[in-house]
Design a protein around this ligand. Structure first.
Ligand SMILES: [Zn+2]
Length: 173
């Protein structure tokens, strides 16, 4: 039996491009002059990962990219005209996939964004989904940003939901 379209996987050359970019970024990773002042448990765990286990971290990303599913493209309605095509999905909206890798425990989308850009998290920083899809782990749909930006994203999403022509938008949460 043919697998349903929703089971479509991410092409391997695309995955390899992202992993290679991450490899180059990790190779260039250096502690900033403010490193010691900004230290906390979360940053320390990512620092250790970048410095001591970069290939293992990349392998973890690659593993999950290969598992991710590409949902079929939606019709181009007003409600998703601002969304991104071709999400790579794992987990659910309520419970996005988590990861546990050499001392780093985090949401996978956050892990992917930080590892592939070789960026340490700082207090109050969150990883935003430009596609508004919390299941998505596609690197170019993820963006580092502040809590405030994330709230703006939520407001935008609610607004988009209200003007949806599909009539299926949820309200109030
Ligand atoms: Zn996405």
């Amino acid at each position: 039996m043919k697998p349903p379209i929703s089971e479509e996987r991410v092409p391997l050359p695309i995955i390899e491009q992202h992993i290679q970019q991450g490899r180059e970024n990790l190779a260039r990773f250096r502690r900033s002059p403010f490193h010691d002042q900004l230290r906390d448990a979360n940053r320390d765990s990512y620092t250790k990962l970048f410095e001591e286990y970069p290939e293992e971290a990349l392998a973890e990303c690659e593993h999950y990219f290969k598992k991710a599913k590409k949902p079929p493209a939606k019709p181009n309605t007003l409600s998703n005209s601002q969304s991104y095509e071709g999400c790579w999905e794992l987990g659910t909206q309520a419970n996005p996939q988590r990861v546990d890798c050499f001392g780093v425990e985090d949401y996978l989308y956050r892990f992917v964004a930080l590892v592939l850009s070789a960026t340490l998290p700082y207090d109050g920083e969150v990883v935003r989904h430009r596609c508004h899809n919390r299941k998505c782990i596609r690197p170019d749909h993820l963006q580092l940003g502040s809590q405030q930006q994330n709230k703006a994203d939520d407001n935008e999403r609610r607004y988009v939901g209200r003007v949806s022509l599909t009539g299926r938008a949820k309200r109030g949460n």
